[in-house]
Design a binder for this molecule. Sequence first.
Ligand SMILES: O=C(CO)COP(=O)(O)O
Length: 253
Amino acid sequence: MRQQIAAANWKMNLTYQQGEQLLDAILKENIALADHQAAVFAVPFPYLMMASQKLSGRTNYYVSAQNCSDVKAGAYTGEVSAEMLKSINIGYCVLGHSERREYFSERNQSLAQKVQLCLDNGITPIFCCGESLSIREVGAQEGFVETQLMESLFHFSEADIRKIVIAYEPIWAIGTGKTATAAQAQEMHAHIRHLFAKKYNKATADHIPILYGGSVKAANAMELFHSPDVDGGLVGGASLVATEFISIIRALK
Ligand SMILES: O=C(CO)COP(=O)(O)O
């Protein structure tokens, strides 16, 4: 079975102490993860070491960054490189979140650089894609997501592309309480998988986890995750509430 992932994206929320309390409350449950399952915590940069220490010794629990620089190193004040993340053993990095695309002008080409740098440093990119409401309203979502994947990912080798996790996050469902239906999520995930099969091959497409993000919560996680092409979720608001995220981890296939 392909890897199934419950990923928490804390975004710019919680103090250090609140983050510690949240992780403690979730880890207290001692949820055992199967070989094909993972729980990933994308925390703010200053909390990466704390989260790593709390998760150490747990099987299939990982810490993620929420972004990294598109350049290797040098005079770029305020940036954090993939190599820095590797040097503290961070396993995952969220890239191309729609909030970064919108508020920090991230473009597909620069994201391709970020993906490359993560791969060079053995970090699994969680590559976000997804359309806005206006694009969905005119029915152009499949072509829009195809362009995002084509311009950021489709030049990578088959071996490299197999190391990537995709997160489909329709912008109209993020933080709005307006979840895509399981049928809408499945339709786009199947489309994304088809694009990978067309560009690479079916075995590669079948290997890549595709997470759904956008108002995932305890009450809808099970239904969303049980769609055949939905391999877990990237969760914002509900990942800040221990009981919610515990249920979301437990909803993994
Ligand atoms: O952006 C998201 C995760 O990256 C989704 O956020 P919400 O779960 O708050 O809608």
